[in-house]
Design a protein around this ligand. Structure first.
Ligand SMILES: NC(=O)c1ccc[n+]([C@@H]2O[C@H](COP(=O)([O-])OP(=O)(O)OC[C@H]3O[C@@H](n4cnc5c(N)ncnc54)[C@H](OP(=O)(O)O)[C@@H]3O)[C@@H](O)[C@H]2O)c1
Length: 280
């Protein structure tokens, strides 16, 4: 919890970072909860990351977020990391502790699960097989989140099979790697489909997958939020599947970070969601 007389300060380190929506989010909450402080974008190149992180205590920062490409490198720099971060292998949040040491956390998996529960109350991770397309950084947070929430079978299909196999080896439990050619068949009997690839993002081609085998009862989620509805989500909605985009993940991962730095667990209000949507 911050000292009441202190000007509260946190930021996001990335390169580039000016497109980040985190300053709008956190500054909205600082204002809403009547806290005096600021959340600022910090354009930090890879070679300056260690010095920038180590300077946080002296600069009076409560902590910071990290964007790509710093999430893995920062993991190696901080003094201690939490369990989800260890399982994901990356951090998206640093908390400056009272003794000046740096605690690395990863709230992406938690934010993903919250976004699904928010959009589909009653959703359960153990309702049936879950197909995750992609095996990059975003996928790791989603898969760890789903596994920790009790998923019993997670089928990972990725263009590069070896990366999916790496998930199987390192996350283990319910994770099974399947090859890219079997992606349409992998949808058979699935309760949920998640796209974690960059395919379908603005400026990128549509994700190449046939939904014919996917039950119409399945929940379809895409962690992309630009555009708000990817071609995959539009196709899923047209055939009757319930859909969830990636905006909720972005908004919800920020909540525990704000709590870690400023001592208040903030809410994602319709006003906040609309404000961020207006920037897309
Ligand atoms: N909502 C949120 O808060 C949130 C958080 C994180 C990420 N995201 C979004 O998630 C997406 C992925 O981000 P990331 O950080 O996970 O990226 P990443 O680590 O670079 O991974 C990219 C993934 O996309 C796959 N891919 C790329 N081009 C492909 C193609 N032509 N065909 C099939 N698969 C392809 C890659 O497969 P290979 O392994 O074969 O290369 C890999 O699985 C981005 O759109 C990002 O904005 C959203």
């Amino acid at each position: 919890m911050s000292h009441p007389d202190r000007f509260l300060l946190a930021g996001v380190m990335g390169w580039p970072v000016m497109h980040s929506r985190s300053p709008r989010l956190h500054n909205y909450w600082l204002d809403k909860y009547g806290l005096v402080g600021a959340y600022v974008p910090l354009a930090i190149e890879a070679q300056g990351l260690r010095a920038a992180l180590r300077a946080l205590p002296a600069l009076g920062f409560s902590g910071c977020n990290l964007t790509i490409p710093h999430k893995e490198a920062a993991f190696e720099i901080v003094d201690e990391v939490d369990l989800p971060a260890r399982r994901i292998g990356a951090i998206n949040c640093v908390v400056v502790r009272p003794d000046g040491s740096l605690f690395g956390r990863n709230h992406d998996g938690w934010g993903y699960i919250e976004s699904i529960i928010e959009a589909a109350p009653g959703w359960r991770a153990d309702a049936g097989p879950i197909v995750v397309v992609g095996a990059g950084g975003g996928a790791r947070a989603v898969v760890v989140g789903l596994a920790d929430r009790g998923a019993r079978e997670i089928r990972i299909v990725n263009r590069t099979l070896e990366r999916a196999r790496e998930f199987e080896r390192t996350i283990g439990g319910p994770v099974r790697a399947l090859d890219w050619a079997s992606r349409a068949d992998a949808l058979d009997g699935a309760a949920m489909l998640v796209n974690t690839t960059s395919q379908g993002m603005v400026g990128q081609p549509t994700l190449d997958i046939s939904l014919d085998r996917l039950p119409t009862t399945a929940l379809v989620s895409d962690i992309i939020y630009i555009p708000k509805e990817t071609p995959l989500l539009a196709a899923a909605r047209a055939r009757g599947n319930r859909t969830v985009n990636g905006l909720g993940m972005l908004l919800n991962q920020a909540r525990p970070a704000f709590r870690d730095w400023f001592g208040v667990m903030p809410e994602v209000t319709p006003e906040l969601r609309a404000m961020i949507e207006a920037t897309i």
